[in-house]
Structures are given as C-alpha cells and as structure tokens.
Design a protein around this ligand. Sequence first.
Ligand SMILES: Cc1cc2nc3c(=O)[nH]c(=O)nc-3n(C[C@H](O)[C@H](O)[C@H](O)COP(=O)(O)O)c2cc1C
Length: 191
Amino acid sequence: MNPAINELFTDAHTTYSFTSESVTDAELTSIYDLVKFAPTPMNSQALRVHFVRTLEGKERLLPLLDEGNRVKSASAAAVAILAFDTEFNEFLPDHFPQVPNARDIYQDSEKRIASAREIATLQAGFFILAVRTVGLDAGPMAGFNRAGVDAEFLSGSSWRSLYLVNIGHSDPQGQRPRNPRLSAERALGWS
Ligand SMILES: Cc1cc2nc3c(=O)[nH]c(=O)nc-3n(C[C@H](O)[C@H](O)[C@H](O)COP(=O)(O)O)c2cc1C
C-alpha cells in the first residue's frame, strides 16, 4: 500500500500541542510550493498565507484567539493565517491566459468575494495536506476573531482571514483519539 495513505490520511491527526522544535522559513515556504498546485476554478489563486512565527507576532495574535485555542497556538512553531484575496482576479490573465477577459467575470464585488472565499477554502484543505507532506503537523482552527486578525495583521491589504493553522512537530500527547467519521454507506450516492 502507498505509505502516503497513512501519513496524509489514516494515521494523520489534528495536532493541539507541539514540541519546542523550530520550523524554518524554508520549510514554511515549501508548504506553499505544494499548495499552489491545487486545482481551482479557472486556475484562480485566491489563497494567501501570512505566517506568524516570532514571539512578538504571537503576542499580537494570541489575544485574538478563542480562549481555549490560545495554548494551542502558543506551543506551535508557526501559525499560518490562511486568507483569501478579495482582488484575486487581478492575476487571472497570467494564470488562465486561455480566457483573456477572465478578470472581468469578477467585476461584481459580492460575487468576487464569495468566489475568493470558496476557492481559498478549497486550497486550505490542500494546505493541511501539504503541511503533513513536508513532515510537519497541523492544527487548523476557526475559533478566532477574524475582524481583529484582519486589523492586526492584514490591514491595508485586500486579504481577509479565513482559518488559522498551527504548524510544528506534534508532542507525544499532542493529538486526540479519532472520532468516528461518516461511513461510505451514509455519505455516498450512486446512479
Ligand atoms: C476548518 C477547521 C476549523 C477548526 N477549528 C478548531 C478550533 O477552533 N479549535 C480546535 O481546537 N480545533 C479546531 N478544529 C479541529 C477539528 O476539531 C479536528 O480537525 C477534527 O475533529 C478532526 O480531528 P482528527 O484530525 O484528530 O481526526 C478545526 C478543524 C478545521 C479543519
């Protein structure tokens, strides 16, 4: 059997506490260099990532997390702020030259922002798998003050926060037992 099946799926868990082992900027960059290959509608690149990996950055971030999440991010070597770019369509002519006017499809801002969020959410799933692929552990979190994170870390940009992902090396007690998943019998339809 392909060992990646265990490493990426069946044995892989969400991590809630990490060892003190550091993670380099090169390792963090290598995560993105895999994520960028995720397939998206019209090859749209809506995901943006802001890495918080200094003590000073953590001090700014932790008060913006739900209380129960603070200790988790405090132990992570880095916290990725996954964001969507509300102006992602600017780059479409480069990334999907087959449709020269692709940028104009998103002139309506409501439609553009909804698409940005949807595409970046798809890429966020790949992000978690990419963290595991480069040999690190991931703890995704939705429990934080989005407006606060936007103001503190993304102000003056067209980026808006979506999820956080704690990244590092899982400590031996850092993972929880697997909860049951929906069975194929319940989740699949056939025709
Ligand atoms: C988008 C997303 C948001 C999550 N938000 C939180 C969170 O705010 N706090 C937390 O402790 N866990 C959070 N989780 C972790 C999930 O509860 C966990 O991934 C799930 O129970 C599966 O656990 P497992 O990987 O160990 O099987 C989140 C996971 C995802 C993917």
